[in-house]
Design a protein around this ligand. Structure first.
Ligand SMILES: NC(=O)c1ccc[n+]([C@@H]2O[C@H](COP(=O)([O-])OP(=O)(O)OC[C@H]3O[C@@H](n4cnc5c(N)ncnc54)[C@H](OP(=O)(O)O)[C@@H]3O)[C@@H](O)[C@H]2O)c1
Length: 280
């Protein structure tokens, strides 16, 4: 069975499904099989990153799937160690060679790494790669408002999307409000905290029982109603399908508020505050 996922339009006109497929740490033959299965289940947006070392796996799955390339949207990300302009350009090309693709639909700066002070030149490389036809839409991950402001001020170009840690324990209310004001789409990484067990709590179970749904479905529906694009990862075809079977019910305002109220200031999974945490 294939599920049709609703879409949203980014500030540069690219249309994305509201749920994509997370791929970390899928790789190799099992990874290809899991991604092909996700595509067969109805996923069209596939997340990846240079640092996941699975751009080749994603490219292979895209070639093996029966869905035409132009119906799929593939993402990759620039690692922190290649943020200098020339290195960033070569890395985008290398990502394409690894995936054996002519273009990425989305290419994102993976972390701002503010102490390195290189993310603006990395952004200029993404802007140019888009002009050269290597990328259809450019965005970032883990950028705080001050980092986003700098990109816009120094290059005149805003990201289409910011992929951030977002789940019931860290609901990013202020960051999402800022994205809305700037018309930057919010994408949620680790949409259910990188696992399910943490979420086995009474509040979510009560709401799930009421709707005859599972806790992961309730959580992904919450992301959808917040206006965020989630990218849940699952290696299991059954759970992949479960995670996109969320478009036949809705949460009311009280349920949305109960889930949002689970958030706490220290709710990040691994304390990765982009103001200080850096990844290379
Ligand atoms: N930009 C960034 O800095 C950044 C950082 C982290 C992640 N990401 C991206 O975001 C994606 C998603 O985040 P994530 O992989 O960290 O975490 P996640 O999607 O929140 O959780 C994945 C975990 O949940 C399990 N799971 C999935 N569906 C389930 C279900 N219906 N019931 C029970 N368990 C379920 C998976 O196990 P099974 O596979 O066994 O189902 C896996 O262990 C990543 O894969 C990656 O593409 C980006």
């Amino acid at each position: 069975m294939e599920i049709s996922i609703p879409e949203i339009t980014l500030n540069d006109g690219l249309t994305l499904p509201v749920i994509g497929f997370g791929t970390y740490p899928l790789k190799g033959k099992d990874g290809v099989n899991a991604i092909v299965s996700a595509i067969n289940n109805g996923y069209r947006l596939i997340d990846s990153a240079y640092n996941y070392e699975n751009e080749g796996t994603v490219g292979e799955a895209v070639r093996r799937s029966s869905v035409p390339r132009h119906e799929l949207l593939i993402t990759s990300k620039l690692p922190g160690r290649y943020q200098e302009y020339d290195k960033a350009v070569a890395t985008i090309q290398e990502s394409l060679y690894r995936a054996n693709q002519d273009y990425y639909d989305l290419y994102l700066i993976h972390w701002p790494n503010p102490s390195q002070d290189k993310y603006v030149e990395a952004w200029q490389a993404l802007i140019d790669a888009k002009k050269w036809g290597l990328i259809r839409s450019i965005g970032v991950c883990n950028f705080l408002p001050e980092h986003l402001d700098r990109l816009e001020k120094e290059t005149g170009v805003k990201p289409s999307i910011n992929q951030i840690e977002l789940h019931p324990f860290f609901n990013q209310a202020e960051q999402r409000k800022y994205h809305e004001e700037k018309n930057i789409a919010t994408q949620s990484w680790s949409p259910f905290t990188r696992g399910f067990k943490d979420l086995e709590i009474d509040t979510l179970q009560t709401i799930a029982t009421h709707h005859n749904k599972t806790i992961p479905q309730i959580v992904l529906r919450w992301h959808y109603q917040l206006g965020a694009i989630s990218i849940p990862k699952s290696a299991s075809p059954v759970r992949q399908l479960e995670n996109i079977s969320i478009f036949d019910f809705s949460l009311d305002d009280a349920e949305m508020a109960m889930i949002s109220a689970l958030s706490r200031p220290d709710g990040r999974i691994a304390d990765q505050d982009p103001a200080v945490y850096e990844e290379f």
